[in-house]
Ligand binder design. Structure first.
Ligand SMILES: Cc1cc2nc3c(=O)[nH]c(=O)nc-3n(C[C@H](O)[C@H](O)[C@H](O)COP(=O)(O)OP(=O)(O)OC[C@H]3O[C@@H](n4cnc5c(N)ncnc54)[C@H](O)[C@@H]3O)c2cc1C
Length: 402
């Protein structure tokens, strides 16, 4: 195998963004737009696919709906940023080099690590071999194909009662009413919502014919059965695993300080606490706020990407980056194509009294889901347009500041 080493002769400051998901795209577009006239900064985005994956639509893709063709190269056109198509296979955080497809060495001065998270297929035995996941567009398409071929009366077990599990079970039950869909996991679906929103969610699942088994622990997934820790078995022709996510072990292997889930530990400005030339954003980062560590969402991931970009540019001007602050504001959950529930939240993600249901919620959820790509387009023209998000008020206020 030959290795290509990129020239280190450039005098430009090399910023490499790893991963073109919601967070990585936010960072890359901000950086590209704000440096397009500068010869002294070179922005490179690395991703395995030229097509942007709308991860928030993967449960829809899993029932055969076609995802839009959103071309990352075209979006970056005219900014001077370059796109490298490839899979990041290694990182040397001390030498500041990224390895792509085991053959290209990409040196950087500043790195934005935005590789997201994938389904945790090692959580219980059998998942890797016998369950489908929503790890990416291809995984969703494989599941769609299998569901389309499943005979009437076949059983689909969706494991994981978190929001991805709920959305997937509802979508499958609506699209394939002749199938028996069972949603099972530890918690009650919609557990983080207020009682009324949760009741609504539950009645929508009932209306769609989804059987819910909460309070159960899955011990093993076999080819045609999901085995519970009490020994009971749920017969299933198809198993979709949504029981948690895990991040790539690459950051830990590179010697970056990570938390117990492998996410990169960040300082207030989103820099790695061990390697400050690395910014970590989105699901791959452990970002502390006053209320705790942020959990993986697009609503929080995009702001981390924008903030990292602005911080890098501040540092290039010799200024200190500002602390990142973010407060949640909603939890939108689709319940098939014709129903949804949106729980409005406090900045710490606890539920408020207000929530939306039915057509209004469907409209709201679709607006939120469709927003990122046009937002990237707007940010390319007017970078400041992407720099607004709720900062969380007293929930995230840092002592001594207003
Ligand atoms: C079905 C579903 C519905 C959801 N709904 C919502 C919602 O309504 N609201 C909300 O806020 N959040 C929602 N989420 C969560 C949200 O999608 C994630 O939190 C978000 O995608 C995280 O963004 P990210 O940029 O960190 O990672 P990702 O979007 O996962 O992007 C990571 C990118 O890195 C690339 N990558 C990974 N490894 C490598 C590698 N080794 N080399 C090169 N590239 C690599 C991937 O291909 C991808 O392009 C939903 C998730 C799912 C699955």
């Amino acid at each position: 195998m030959t290795t290509q080493n990129e020239s280190t002769a450039t005098t430009a400051h090399r910023i490499v963004v790893l991963g073109a998901g919601y967070a990585g795209m936010s960072a890359a577009v901000q950086l590209a737009a704000r440096t397009k006239k500068r010869e002294d900064v070179q922005v490179t985005l690395v991703n395995p696919d030229e097509r942007f994956t709308e991860r928030m639509r993967l449960h829809m893709a899993a029932t055969g709906r076609t995802l839009a063709e959103l071309d990352i190269r075209s979006l970056l056109k005219g900014t001077g940023a370059r796109f490298v198509r490839g899979w990041v296979t290694g990182l040397d955080a001390d030498a500041k080099v990224v390895r792509v497809d085991d053959e290209l060495n990409l040196p950087y001065d500043t790195l934005v690590y935005a590789l997201g998270a994938a389904s945790d297929v090692s959580a219980v035995p059998g998942v890797e071999d016998h369950a489908y996941t929503l790890g990416g567009a291809h995984d969703a398409e494989l599941l769609a194909d299998r569901l389309a071929r499943l005979a009437a009366g076949g059983t689909v077990a969706v494991v994981g009662t978190g929001l991805t599990g709920v959305e997937s079970a509802a979508e499958i039950a609506e699209r394939h009413p002749h199938l028996d869909v069972v949603l099972l996991g530890r918690g009650e679906p919609g557990a983080a919502m207020n009682a009324k929103a949760r009741t609504y969610l539950r009645s929508a699942l009932d209306r769609l014919g989804v059987r819910v088994l909460s309070g159960v622990e899955v011990a093993k997934v076999l080819p045609d059965v999901v085995e519970l820790s009490d020994g009971a078995g749920i017969a299933a022709d198809v198993v979709l695993w949504t029981g948690g996510t895990r991040v790539s072990p690459m950051a830990a292997a590179a010697g970056l300080a990570v938390d117990e889930r492998g996410r990169i530990r960040t300082d207030a400005a989103l820099r790695s606490t061990s390697h400050p030339a690395v910014y970590a954003v989105g699901d791959a980062a452990a970002v502390h706020q006053g209320y705790g560590v942020m959990h993986g969402t697009c609503q929080g991931g995009m702001p981390t990407g924008v903030h990292a970009a602005m911080s890098i540019l501040r540092e290039l001007k010799g200024r200190q980056p500002k602390p990142f602050r973010f407060g949640y504001y909603h939890t939108p959950v689709s319940l098939g194509r014709n129903d949804a529930v949106v729980q409005f939240t406090r900045p710490d993600d606890s539920p408020r009294r207000a929530y939306l249901t039915g057509r209004k919620a469907v409209w709201y959820k679709e607006t939120v889901t469709a927003a990122p790509w046009p937002t990237f387009g707007r940010m390319k023209k007017i970078p400041a347009s992407g720099a607004f998000w709720p900062h969380g008020g007293r929930f995230t206020r840092i002592r001594g500041t207003r």
